[in-house]
Design a binder for this molecule. Structure first.
Ligand SMILES: Cc1ncc(COP(=O)(O)O)c(C=O)c1O
Length: 431
């Protein structure tokens, strides 16, 4: 059986160009500080499972009901992933085949709606994701998205209810890419019930925090289904889980399109509805990662993310920065530069890039700036928490950021700072 080191050797022997990029990226990740809120570091075991022979196998349909032969091991792996996911998230069913978050959302929409049906989701400029109905997406051409906004960065449920009563959506979508607060899931469900809609949650960013029980779980509040990508706070391979409540029926037979049949509607929407053969090597890695998430150490990790994020928010506020909603409940803060001498989030992102810190510019609610020069900067602490940073280290991280922003036009200063960031990062090795 290959191992990671063996694989490195194999690449080195067969392809010098790819090997040199691989080495360079390994080094960059070790020396840079990763503060993008949607990234993380996988364990060696998870990486190894992804690079395994499961990638050779086609496994269309589902465990016990495959189209091709030779499935005794793929069935074990996928069933293991499904059972672990169900247990961790308290779901009746888990589909583990979606290739990414965007694909998973499309599959879920396709399971709950017909083309042309209405779905109510959070506007991109207020923290929603592109796949929540941004007009540039194909999904928005298929379904009729109506988008709710926020009031001072916080969801206004009176407005959401009024929109639901007016537009009678088939689906009410909770979830975000840039929103630092936990959600009131009971209110979403109450409104969904009033208009007989599905309550669907896209928890891509906070799946890991829900898995560890440090943030609320939408399925505990009556949501019909929930999706989470597997590579953000979950620190697993790139993929997605679609978790649902209801009857798990034979996926080979088309069920009645009823809410209680949602698990099977989702399975059939993933395959054959939207995707082809599942990526079994990714599913193998997801199974390993789900096993890691069942350990006590994972809960400790998630608790540390919350503690670190709160420290990060407090430190920014102490230094005089403005934050969207003035704090955080999850792993991210969104710094708002609209009332500062820093022109916009992209200027800040570039200054931090110059010192080896990765972040991402972000819109703020009712942003006065255009999307490519938004007023905010989104910063997540989940990846550096994987590397072992604690509250005192987070204060140093905010100090680096503050210095880079203050001295953003002083190249020499930034160069020195870059050395300091590198030395700091090397104290916290990659897993
Ligand atoms: C809330 C949300 N949904 C969906 C996605 C899409 O995930 P992927 O990039 O895996 O397709 C993202 C990714 O940023 C996201 O933040």
């Amino acid at each position: 059986m290959s191992n990671i080191k063996g694989m490195f050797e194999a690449i080195k022997k067969s392809d010098a160009a790819v090997f040199s990029s691989l080495q360079a990226e390994q080094q960059r990740q070790a020396e840079w500080m990763e503060l993008i809120a949607s990234e993380n570091y996988q364990s060696a075991a998870v990486l190894a499972a992804q690079a395994s022979v499961f990638g050779n196998k086609y496994a269309e349909w589902f465990p016990g009901k495959r189209y091709y032969g030779g499935q005794e091991n793929t069935d074990v792996i996928e069933s293991l992933a499904i059972e672990r996911a169900k247990q961790i998230f308290g779901a009746d069913h888990a589909n583990v085949q979606a290739l990414s978050g965007a694909a998973a959302n499309l599959c879920a929409y396709h399971a709950m709606m017909e083309p042309g049906d209405t779905i109510l989701g959070m506007d991109l400029s207020h923290g929603g994701h592109l796949t929540h109905g941004a007009p540039v997406t194909f999904t928005a051409k298929v379904f009729n998205f109506v988008r709710y906004t926020t009031n001072n960065g916080v969801i206004d449920f009176d407005e959401l209810r009024a929109m639901a009563l007016k537009h009678k959506p088939k689906v009410i979508l909770a979830g975000f890419s840039a929103y630092p607060r936990d959600l009131d899931y009971a209110k979403f469900v109450e409104i969904a019930q009033e208009v007989d809609a599905y309550a669907y949650a896209d928890m891509s960013h906070i799946g890991g925090l829900i898995a560890a029980g440090v943030l609320k779980n939408p399925l505990d509040y009556g949501f019909h289904a929930m999706m989470t990508t597997t590579h953000k706070s979950l620190r697993w391979p790139r993929g997605a889980l679609i978790l649902s409540k209801g009857n798990v029926l034979n996926p080979l037979k088309k069920p009645e399109p009823l809410k209680e049949n949602l698990p099977t509607l989702i399975d059939r929407s993933v395959f054959p509805g939207v995707q082809g053969g599942p990526h079994m090597h990714t599913i193998a890695a997801i199974a390993v990662a789900l096993g890691e998430a069942q350990q006590d150490s994972y809960k400790t990790y998630a608790q540390q993310i919350i503690a670190n994020a709160k420290t990060m928010a407090d430190e920014f506020l102490r230094l005089g920065y403005q934050l969207v909603t003035w704090g955080t409940d999850n792993h991210m803060v969104i710094v708002d530069f609209s009332n500062s001498d820093i022109p916009d989030g992209s200027v800040a992102e570039k200054a931090l890039d110059a010192i080896g810190i990765s972040t991402s510019k972000s819109t703020i609610p009712d942003d006065p700036n255009p999307p490519f020069r938004p007023s905010g900067l989104r910063i997540g602490i989940q990846a550096m928490t994987t590397r072992g940073v604690k509250e005192e280290d987070v204060k140093k991280i905010v100090g680096f950021i503050d210095e880079a922003l203050q001295y953003r036009d002083d190249e020499q200063y930034l160069q020195q700072l870059r050395q300091n960031v590198k030395a700091f990062c090397l104290e916290f090795p990659l897993p």
